[in-house]
Design a protein around this ligand. Structure first.
Ligand SMILES: *[C@@H]1O[C@H](CO)[C@@H](O)[C@H](O)[C@H]1NC(C)=O
Ligand SMILES: *[C@@H]1O[C@H](CO)[C@@H](O)[C@H](O)[C@H]1NC(C)=O
Ligand SMILES: *[C@@H]1O[C@H](CO)[C@@H](O)[C@H](O)[C@H]1NC(C)=O
Ligand SMILES: *[C@@H]1O[C@H](CO)[C@@H](O)[C@H](O)[C@H]1NC(C)=O
Length: 448
């Protein structure tokens, strides 16, 4: 679907840089040969550290370089054995981007497309596993029309054995080696999600591993490398493979304005562990991501890191109930204080946590207060119940909207009708066009 070139550092000096790759800038020592039809472009406001090639202004080259008309030239699998350093230059769409397209933080709010406000969003973990481009575009069109501005998707799909043909997976973990699948049944599917998000003005949160065994998760690493789930955070081989995977994904979309943030993991927990285990891992991994992504020098939010957690372990306004405790090895304020973390996330599932639905309001205001005290925004990033969606979740939305420190909410999860039928219904799903959708999206967006 697009030109993808894997270059070794040694060959950089003479090689042509792919669209959106870096091809100039002071202190830059790589190739300054931009792809034909693309020019060196200096971004506003941030010196020239993030210079890159852009389509020639006013030319039709953006069309000829679009995802549908450029075919893949090279595909490569990347192994996690860290003997070679490779840079994956990527292009992800035909969009002409400028720095104002990148999200940023203004005080306790996000600024997206120049608008500083509260934003509504949702989750569709499965969208990068779809094999039909039209299905991806359909979802993005509906999100855009509904004014759902942020979408969270799974950026991982780990397996221990190659699945049957036609099943998408991103990384094969087996016998102490990791092989990243960059092919048409691999990360090219996530590429399409990113390019479609660019076209439809949707901002993405992309994560790199699951605590849970759905789509592999930490358990898939443990199967390939040994150890235990709680040992995952400190195992050298596992962390090297995990970082290599992060590097592969970050480099693919490093210049995409559709990336709102990188997220270290989905709902990491380390039950019974000292909170320093996850703290140390969040600290070193978020610093690693910032080191890959010099955009942070511009103090923009693109490629920001979020604390990836459910919000557990909070002293602020604690009622002593399970989610407020540090039993899962998480201290919310401790992790949010990390310099390379730009904002926090928290989730809300009273059905699973043994609390009442009404308890959720205090959970939201407590996190808003903790985030405001630290001076970083937070997002109610997942919330859901399995029945009475409107009467339970709409009040949470109002509370979030009214709470200083909370800048967005994203219900779990978005549902739609694709070429293959309805998307997965886990009981929490809110389908596009349903009466629950009117209540939790149309009415909520109107209130914003
Ligand atoms: C942040 O958003 C809230 C709405 O949630 C708004 O009341 C507030 O004025 C915004 N702050 C800034 C600095 O725009
Ligand atoms: C939908 O996308 C178009 C660009 O294709 C953009 O102009 C418009 O503002 C978007 N709508 C929203 C609500 O972001
Ligand atoms: C996720 O975390 C919990 C709590 O530490 C743990 O019990 C569970 O096994 C983890 N999931 C996996 C797949 O390891
Ligand atoms: C969580 O971390 C904060 C900030 O370091 C600290 O003040 C607080 O005591 C910690 N809470 C627990 C329960 O350890």
């Amino acid at each position: 679907m697009k030109a993808l070139t894997v270059l070794s550092l040694a060959s950089l000096a003479s090689a042509q840089v792919a669209p959106y790759g870096q091809c100039g800038g002071s202190g830059y020592t790589g190739s300054t040969v931009c792809e034909t039809g693309w020019v060196f472009h200096r971004e506003n406001g941030g010196g020239d550290r993030r210079s890159r090639s852009n389509p020639l202004a006013g030319s039709s080259s953006s069309t000829t370089l679009s995802a549908t008309t450029t075919s893949t030239s090279t595909r490569s699998s990347t192994s996690s054995t860290k003997t070679t350093t490779s840079i994956t230059s990527s292009s992800s769409s035909s969009a002409i981007v400028s720095s104002t397209d990148f999200p940023s933080v203004t005080g306790l709010n996000f600024t997206i497309d120049g608008e500083t406000n509260y934003f509504a969003g949702t989750n569709a973990y499965w969208i990068g596993f779809l094999t039909d481009d039209d299905d991806v575009d359909l979802v993005m069109t509906h999100l855009n029309e509904s004014d759902l501005r942020i979408l969270r998707v799974w950026g991982f799909n780990d397996v221990n054995t190659v699945p049957s043909s036609g099943t998408v997976y991103y990384q094969l973990l087996t016998d102490g080696t990791a092989t990243i699948n960059t092919g048409s049944d691999g990360l090219e599917r996530l590429d399409y999600v990113v390019s479609s998000a660019e076209k439809h003005n949707i901002k993405l949160i992309i994560n790199f591993v699951n605590n849970w065994s759905d789509y592999g998760g930490m358990a898939a690493y443990v199967t390939a490398y040994g150890g235990t789930q709680t040992g995952w955070y400190t195992d050298d081989d596992i962390q090297a493979a995990y970082r290599n995977y992060i590097s592969a994904v970050v480099s693919r979309y490093i210049d995409s304005p559709a990336i709102l943030a990188w997220e270290l993991a989905n709902e990491p927990r380390c039950q019974g562990c000292d909170t320093s285990v996850i703290y140390d891992w969040v600290k070193s991994t978020s610093a690693y991501i910032k080191s890959l992504d010099s955009n942070h020098l511009l103090k923009r939010l693109d490629h920001a890191n979020s604390t990836p957690t459910e919000g557990f372990g909070l002293d602020t306004d604690s009622d002593g109930s399970y989610p407020y405790t540090i039993g899962e090895g998480l201290n919310f304020t401790l992790n949010l204080g990390i310099e390379t973390i730009d904002f926090a996330t928290f989730h809300l599932y009273p059905d699973s946590w043994g609390t009442t639905d009404a308890w959720g309001d205090g959970w939201i205001t407590a996190h808003g207060a903790a985030c405001a005290a630290i001076g970083k925004p937070c997002i109610l990033e997942e919330y859901g119940v399995t029945s009475n969606h409107c009467s339970v979740e709409a009040p949470w939305q109002s509370t979030a909207l009214d709470t200083k420190g909370v800048t967005a909410d994203m219900f779990w999860q978005y549902g739609d009708t694709l070429s293959t039928g309805e998307t997965s219904d886990d009981g929490n799903t809110i389908y596009y066009g349903s009466s629950d959708f009117t209540c939790l999206v149309t009415d909520h967006v109107a209130a914003i």
